[in-house]
Design a protein around this ligand. Sequence first.
Ligand SMILES: Cc1cc2nc3c(=O)[nH]c(=O)nc-3n(C[C@H](O)[C@H](O)[C@H](O)COP(=O)(O)O)c2cc1C
Ligand SMILES: Nc1ccn([C@@H]2O[C@H](COP(=O)(O)OP(=O)(O)O)[C@@H](O)[C@H]2O)c(=O)n1
Ligand SMILES: [Mg+2]
Length: 263
Amino acid sequence: MAEATSTADPDPAAIAALKHVGLAGGLTETKVSCAALGDRLDASTQTASRRLQTLESVGYIERDVVGDGQWVRVTDAGEAALRAEYADYRRLFETDVELVLRGAVTGGMGEGRHYITLPGYAEQFRARLGYEPFPGTLNVDLSEESVRRRGEMAGIDAVPIDAWEGEDRTYGAASCYGVTLVTGDERYEEVHAIVPDRTHHDDDQLELIAPERLRDALGLGDGDAVEVRVAATSRADTPESDYVEESDDENETPADPVETEVA
Ligand SMILES: Cc1cc2nc3c(=O)[nH]c(=O)nc-3n(C[C@H](O)[C@H](O)[C@H](O)COP(=O)(O)O)c2cc1C
Ligand SMILES: Nc1ccn([C@@H]2O[C@H](COP(=O)(O)OP(=O)(O)O)[C@@H](O)[C@H]2O)c(=O)n1
Ligand SMILES: [Mg+2]
């Protein structure tokens, strides 16, 4: 995956400003005045100006300051941050949402086979995915739209593959997302999209692993169109007990008095 340009995570207030810049047309390019942005954020002009500086410093916007305002454009990294927020809201309000990424089968660098068969990874695949992958990764060249949308994977639960120490070097961690691979009328269910922390590929390549050689199982060749359906588990499927724990702290704020019914 390409190096991210951001150096720090901006705070939620900066993300709120980014959303307003996007809504005002900044996904392409828009003229923003700090006074107007401040109004929308219910904040001062100075605060709005600081938010824009933060967004620029983490690489989420590019801007050109002119006499009566500034031209602002949300960068790809900024759009990915907004899409991750969007994915969170979808998980909150919708169940079983599917992220569909589209692309074409392509050949890679011939290294996938090496990594997939290294014992430190192979043991984890067996234990955590429940199968021994075919030695290699099926590479999918994603469409432009899907390259933008893959940021939504950040909000989807993945099976973690841990980093490990080999004899002469360390091997990076990876995340495996359960997917269904669809081509024409055929579908293959037992597939994972593997996203290594360290990779030589850019965001436009998605690598898939499966128990079988998918080119044979689905009759795929270079250039064939495929759909990768990433199954999202909703929050309702994975309740976080911390959110519902009741406190019996005596110092807690008393509950509102119960309304008495008027006869
Ligand atoms: C499980 C797994 C672990 C990987 N770990 C590393 C790593 O530690 N360092 C690294 O440079 N690349 C790592 N890679 C990525 C490869 O360098 C490369 O980007 C990619 O897998 C090549 O695939 P291809 O031959 O299908 O094009 C890993 C890939 C996989 C599948
Ligand atoms: N589950 C899999 C994994 C790899 N493959 C293919 O197996 C070959 C070896 O994978 P690789 O990752 O080492 O090679 P490239 O993707 O770099 O071409 C490639 O032709 C992949 O497309 C497959 O068809 N199904
Ligand atoms: Mg490959």
